[in-house]
Design a protein around this ligand. Structure first.
Ligand code: HEM
Length: 527
């Protein structure tokens, strides 16, 4: 005897339809009657808003939403609320600079993909263990802002630029090149030297690929390894963005995303093994060298602090944190500085009067074209700094900042449960038409940041390096490097865009990647 003799497949179907209809009706009843609902597109049950799945279009989506829904709105990925903030004053609590009594120290909610990469209890960027994050961050920050390290980085940049010039000179006195490709290579080499004191030959590798090049002076095996290394560092960075922004069911179940996640994780595993070897080797070297013989790269400084060579016990980094912290310091600066510098070059080409004023400043500090570049002199380049700020205001490389609240909180009269994900829309704030953060926000005008004007910048209205407790610890270093590149490039070369009518070609995502910037570089005739 069956329990339900008359319950056939038709009844099952009807029951299923009834169940789904009730669930959907209940979902929308709750949604539309919720007093906490913010403006935003109506989500689907379970899935949320489809727009959140197209991660490559995130900025276009954000701009459309800002114009439709205003300065605070929500969108859902699955059942997770993403609250977007598009006004400097609304972001005040989220960008609190304190380490204590701050409800917004976290950057992400729990995330299985980032767990798999072993990043949620280690390093800085995605570390959810607040004490561990503060200790790693303070350790790295102190190195990155120390004049000794910045001087070392300045010297290495000068040497590397000279190497890049030898490749350019072989290409002829006037050459066309895709600046973003060269910059990515340049920054990869420069970052590896300053962070690990290891060469990865990214520039040499790239140059050797150029047809008719004569400069193959590095063993092929080394070039192959180094190219893989560089690609895997990039995969590490891309993997963090992928896992942070992609719903876990998509990367677990949807075949194209599953394949992508497997490829990224296999690159990451290869990189972890290589970095582990580098760290092991460096430990051996350190044991055999006296403190005076040690190099001043970040890896050595991290290991020395753990080896008891450094007596200063306030500067310690836990043994198991070295590896993750290292990737972040390597990955944090390559794409960001390369892209930001390309945007500077783009705007300088379009604003000759700005370029002229910049040249005057450079010539006033470095009278001769061969004057050595020092950290102290670079600090004097206030107008160059204003240009970088203005280019990053109009075209920020990082366009979204993330924060998560630990406890329930109210912002602008809206109540938020704990673990709500907030997204601060940097471009939306920088180019806000109505709020008057900036006069004529779409106009390129470095004078906004020059002389006495620099003092009247509204709080949180300029965020290319983020803000608050999690502001970029590499800010001083990358500002210095970009100023140095401006001097090195423009005092010796004329730089033109190949196509002055072409808009900046970039892929808009959390990081705005410049896809291509063809430039013509001509060695200046010097008197
Ligand atoms: C032009 C170059 C750069 C730009 C535009 C940039 C931008 C940013 C932004 C927007 C953030 C997020 C801040 C926030 O959430 O408020 C960030 C964080 C970070 N950046 Fe940078 N950055 C640059 C260069 C660098 C460099 C050179 C390094 C390393 C040497 C670096 C390492 C990091 C790290 C480790 C974090 C995470 C900090 C934390 O969560 O505590 N960045 N950066």
């Amino acid at each position: 005897m069956t329990l339900f003799p008359s319950f056939e497949s038709y009844d099952l179907f009807i029951a299923l339809i009834f169940g789904i209809t009730t669930y959907v009706a209940f979902f929308y009843f709750k949604y539309f009657t919720s007093s906490r609902r913010l403006p935003g597109p109506i989500p689907f049950p379970i899935i949320g808003n489809l727009e959140t799945y197209y991660v490559d279009d995130i900025i276009k989506v954000a701009a459309d939403m800002q114009s439709k829904y205003g300065d605070i709105w929500e969108i859902r990925q699955g059942s997770e609320r993403h609250v977007w903030i598009c006004r400097a004053d609304f972001a005040a609590k989220l960008l609190n600079p304190a380490y204590t009594n701050n409800n917004y120290l976290l950057r992400t909610t729990e995330n299985e993909g980032l767990d798999l990469m072993d990043l949620t209890t280690k390093g800085m960027i995605y570390n959810r263990d607040i004490d561990g994050w503060i200790s790693n961050r303070e350790f790295v920050r102190q190195i990155l802002v120390s004049p000794k390290f910045l001087r070392h980085a300045t010297n290495e940049t000068t040497k590397l630029f000279a190497e890049m010039e030898t490749y350019w000179s072989e290409l002829g006195p006037e050459t066309e090149l895709n600046l973003i490709d060269w910059m990515m290579r340049f920054m990869t080499d420069s970052t590896f030297i300053t962070v690990t004191n290891e060469r990865v030959y990214a520039l040499a590798n790239y140059y050797n690929k150029i047809p008719n090049s004569k400069g193959a002076s590095h063993p092929a095996a080394l070039l192959h390894e180094s190219e893989k290394f560089v690609n895997c560092v990039r995969s590490h960075f891309m993997a963090t963005l992928f896992f942070k922004d992609t719903n876990k069911y998509l990367w677990k179940l949807y075949p194209p995303y599953r394949r992508k996640s497997k490829k990224l994780l296999s690159d990451v595993a290869w990189l972890y093994e290589k970095v582990h070897e580098i760290i092991k080797e460096r430990r051996k070297e350190i044991r055999n060298l006296s403190p005076e013989e040690l190099s001043e790269d970040i890896l050595t400084l991290m290991l020395v602090s753990n080896n008891g060579v450094n007596d200063d016990t306030t500067k310690q980094i836990a043994e198991d944190q070295v590896q993750s912290t290292l990737y972040e310091v390597i990955g944090g600066g390559i794409d960001t500085t390369s892209n930001s510098f390309c945007y500077v070059v783009y705007y300088l080409a379009h604003y000759p009067e700005v370029k002229e004023k910049m040249m005057k400043e450079i010539e006033s500090v470095f009278e001769d074209v061969n004057d050595p570049i020092t950290y102290e002199n670079l600090k004097k380049l206030n107008y160059c700094e204003a240009i970088i700020k203005e280019a990053s205001r109009i075209m920020p490389t990082v366009s979204v900042l993330f924060r998560v609240n630990d406890k329930a909180d109210d912002i602008e009269g809206h109540h938020f449960d704990p673990s709500t994900l907030f997204k601060i829309y940097v471009q939306g704030i920088h180019l806000h038409e109505a709020r008057a953060h900036w006069k004529n926000p779409k106009e390129f005008d470095p004078d906004r940041f020059f002389g006495s004007n620099a003092k009247s910048v509204q709080r949180n209205s300029l965020l290319p390096f983020g803000g608050g407790s999690r502001i970029c610890p590499g800010k001083q270093l990358s500002m210095l490097q970009m100023k140095q590149l401006m001097v090195l490039l423009y005092r010796k070369y004329d730089v033109e865009l190949v196509d002055m009518d072409a808009p900046i070609k970039f892929v808009s995502s959390v990081v705005n990647h410049c896809e291509e910037l063809p430039v013509r570089i001509r060695l200046k005739k010097l008197e």
